[in-house]
Each structure stands twice: as structure tokens, then as C-alpha cells.
Design a protein around this ligand. Structure first.
Ligand code: NAD
Length: 392
């Protein structure tokens, strides 16, 4: 195969990821087929392909028809989370390579069935864990693996996301659709933790809804049209990310807005990870700190800078700063790279970086955290892996 023919299932916001295929000098792939139940999204995407690649696409409203299309080698599944399970399994059954947006299903049962289908298939699975491609996290991984900081002994991570108000609108606002805010949002971070520190031993987590609830803003309106006191999240339905303008405070939803998670890894390393959506806009970022036996590294994704402080640097003269070019585009530059690396994997016949193993372990970890918060208990990872063993 010289070029991969890609079909896109779900032509909403995230599917824009494929834009780098349009500008890709190596022309690794072509976008040949589209599927969406929303005709406006479909035709907008069709126009983008026509303008960028100079040709039309086969368009479908039923994803089964796209999967039956023999010219399609691989699919990007970028539909709402609750559809990932059935679509990924059907795609593997149809013999396609699969780029599945995160999360890997919305619960452990769905995740294990997706992973099993991927194991049984002769094709590649890549999960949309785009941060594995961001130069900042690639750099951190290299530093940890190089031994420069010694043995990782302790870690802290924090995600603050000002732009998360869409979680209280449209399909995003319901646990039935996303499985829970940890599974939806910080599955990315848990995948990185697994990548950096290996297998987890136990996890405990708390979540709550502190701000995006009635009383969070002085208004009783259920949507922006009826609001007399517009908040900073005011929007028209048309043009909003979700196509709706439900009040992020008052419209019914069951998604939390902050969490704290504690994980102990098999190495003994203890990690704490926090996340909240009501941070100051200027603080929106991912912050990381890893304390090793020889040195400590810390940094924030937005700057691409990592600081390394040797442990016994008595004069404090040897602090080093490394800048990992964050490239262009979202997620620290990862958005521009991941789809191309997925295509390289297909063309060169190698496993994806965020492949089957990462799909399994990151989900065990984040779904374990969600279970802990839901049930109020410490979750022993061995109990989960006994009940949901890695297939194969
Ligand atoms: N990796 C990341 O960092 C990242 C970032 C954003 C979103 N995502 C994930 O990408 C996915 C899509 O998110 P989005 O922001 O594009 O959402 P979106 O709502 O903008 O797009 C989803 C699209 O799927 C379409 N759709 C719904 N049901 C369908 C069906 N049965 N068949 C075909 N199409 C259908 C919708 O009409 C819409 O166009 C989600 O799973 C989300 O979690 C990942």
C-alpha cells in the first residue's frame, strides 16, 4: 500500500484532526469517505476536502455503509463517546485500521470488548491519546527513561481547563454519554502516567460539582436566550461548539467539575492528579512534577519548558531548562502529528504508539478512578485485572 484511504465517521469538531493530511507533503493518506448523521457537518467537511484535496468523497449517514465501502482502508471514529464501542468493534470486523478517539468506550465492559476486537483483528488500533505525540511529553518521557532524574519516586499533575464549559451542554453533559468526567477528560493524563511509570497497583479518587450548578451565577435561566444576566459562557446556539446554548449552571446535567486522584504504582511511586474547570483563564494548562532519586523535573505544557533541578545541588547553580518545541496546533502540537503517525504505522506495518496495551492500561487506571469516586472505595487494580483480564 502506498497511500492509506481514510474514512471519517463523525465529522464534528475533533475530526478537524485530519487537516494535516491535506497539507502533508508525504501524502501518506487520502480522505475518501465521510459519515455523519448531521448533514450540515457532513457538507462542511466535504467542502473542506474538496478545497484541500481537490476531489469529492463518498458520503454516508449510516456508518455501516462506510464500513462496507471497499476502498476504505482505515477509519477515524470521532463520534460521541457512547458510540465508540459499537463503531470500533464493527470497524475491526470489517477489517479496517482504526483511529478511535478517546475514551476507549465509556465503561470497563465496553473497553475490554474493544481491546478484544483489536487483538483479534489483523489491523491497527490507535487511541486518540494525542498527548503522547506532544513534544513536551515526549521530552519528559525521554528524560525519565534516560535515567537523568534517577528512579522516579513521586509525582504530581494538575489539569486546569477554562474551556470545559461545553461539558454542561449537548451530548457531553450526561454520564450516560461519557461515562464520567474522569473517563472523558483525564483519560489522556492517566495514559501518560502509565507510559511514564508503568502498571498501577491501587487508586482512590474523589469528584464533586462545586461551581457549574444552580447558584454558580446570578440567573435562573435554563438557556442563554432567556438569560437577563449573561455570564462569560453566554452563547448563541448556532455556532456554539455543541450546537446548543443550555445554561451551564442551571440546565440539568450530571457531570462533575473537579476531581482529585491518588494512584500508587507497582514501583511504589505515589502520584496525585487534580483537575478543575473553574480555574482562572490564564492558568489553563497541564502542570507536571516528577521527583526522581537524582533530580526533580517540572514544567507546564503551554510553555514547552521543563526545569531540571539536581537533588543535591547545594549552591543551586545547576538548574537546567529545556524547551521542547510545542509545534503548532492543539494539545501542545500533538494534534498535527498523531494522524500522520497513525498512517505511518499502517504503511510501515508497526503498532501504534497509543495502541492496544495503552488502551487497556490507561482505561483500567481511569475507569478504576471513576469506580473509586462512584463507590467511595480504594480500588485494587488486581481486582479489576482479574475481572477484566487483558485479552489474548
Ligand atoms: N483526543 C482529544 O484530545 C479530543 C478532543 C476533543 C474531542 N475528542 C473526542 O472526539 C470525539 C468527538 O468529539 P467532537 O468534539 O468532535 O464532538 P462533536 O459533537 O463536535 O462531533 C461528533 C460528530 O459525530 C456525529 N454523530 C453523532 N452520531 C453519529 C452517528 N450515529 N453516526 C455518524 N456520526 C454521528 C455528530 O453529528 C457530530 O458531527 C469524542 O469522543 C471526544 O471525546 C478527543
Amino acid at each position: 500500500m502506498e497511500k492509506v484511504n481514510l474514512g471519517v465517521i463523525g465529522t464534528g469538531a475533533r475530526a478537524g484532526l485530519v487537516r494535516t493530511m491535506i497539507t502533508d507533503e508525504k501524502k501518506r493518506g487520502d480522505i475518501v469517505a465521510l459519515c455523519d448523521v448531521n448533514p450540515d457537518h457532513l457538507s462542511r467537511f466535504e467542502k473542506m476536502v474538496e478545497t484541500g484535496l481537490g476531489h469529492g468523497t463518498s458520503n454516508y449517514s449510516d456508518y455501516h455503509d462506510l464500513l462496507d465501502d471497499e476502498k476504505v482502508d482505515a477509519v477515524l471514529i470521532s463520534t460521541p463517546d457512547f458510540l465508540h464501542h459499537e463503531m470500533a468493534i464493527e470497524a475491526f470486523n470489517a477489517g479496517k485500521h482504526v483511529f478511535l478517539e478517546k475514551p476507549v468506550g465509556i465503561n470497563l465492559e465496553q473497553m475490554i470488548e474493544i481491546v478484544r476486537a483489536a487483538q483479534n483483528a489483523d489491523t491497527i488500533l490507535e487511541i486518540g491519546y494525542v498527548l503522547r505525540y506532544a513534544p513536551f511529553f515526549v521530552g519528559m518521557k525521554q528524560l525519565i527513561d534516560s535515567g537523568e532524574i534517577g528512579t522516579p519516586l513521586f509525582a504530581q499533575a494538575l489539569e486546569e481547563y477554562y474551556g470545559a464549559f461545553h461539558f454542561y451542554r449537548g451530548w457531553w453533559k450526561s454520564r450516560e454519554h461519557v461515562g464520567g468526567i474522569m473517563i472523558q477528560k483525564i483519560c489522556h493524563d492517566m495514559d501518560l502516567h502509565y507510559w511514564f511509570f508503568g502498571k498501577p497497583r491501587k487508586v482512590v479518587a474523589f469528584e464533586s460539582l462545586m461551581d457549574f450548578k444552580p447558584g454558580g451565577w446570578d440567573s435562573d435561566a435554563l438557556n442563554c436566550d432567556d438569560c437577563q444576566n449573561p455570564c462569560p459562557y453566554y452563547t448563541k446556539a448556532e455556532g456554539s461548539r455543541t450546537g446548543t446554548n443550555e445554561c451551564v449552571y442551571n440546565a440539568p446535567h450530571d457531570i462533575s467539575d473537579n476531581t482529585q486522584i491518588l494512584v500508587q504504582f507497582e514501583s511504589g511511586l505515589n502520584l496525585s492528579m487534580g483537575m478543575n474547570f473553574f480555574n482562572a483563564r490564564g492558568q489553563s494548562d497541564r502542570h507536571w512534577k516528577v521527583v526522581g532519586s537524582k533530580a526533580e523535573l517540572s514544567g507546564r505544557l503551554s510553555t514547552g519548558m521543563v526545569r531540571i533541578d539536581p537533588r543535591h545541588d547545594t549552591n543551586m547553580q545547576n538548574t537546567r531548562y529545556l524547551k521542547f518545541t510545542s509545534g503548532t496546533g492543539g494539545h501542545g502540537g500533538g494534534d498535527a502529528l498523531q494522524i500522520l503517525e497513525f498512517l505511518d504505522g499502517i504503511l510501515e506495518g508497526h503498532e501504534a504508539k497509543a495502541g492496544i496495551e495503552s488502551a487497556y492500561w490507561s482505561s483500567i487506571l481511569i475507569m478504576g478512578a471513576q469506580k473509586s469516586a462512584d463507590e467511595g472505595e480504594i480500588v485494587e487494580i488486581a481486582d479489576l485485572t482479574r475481572k477484566y483480564p487483558f485479552p489474548g
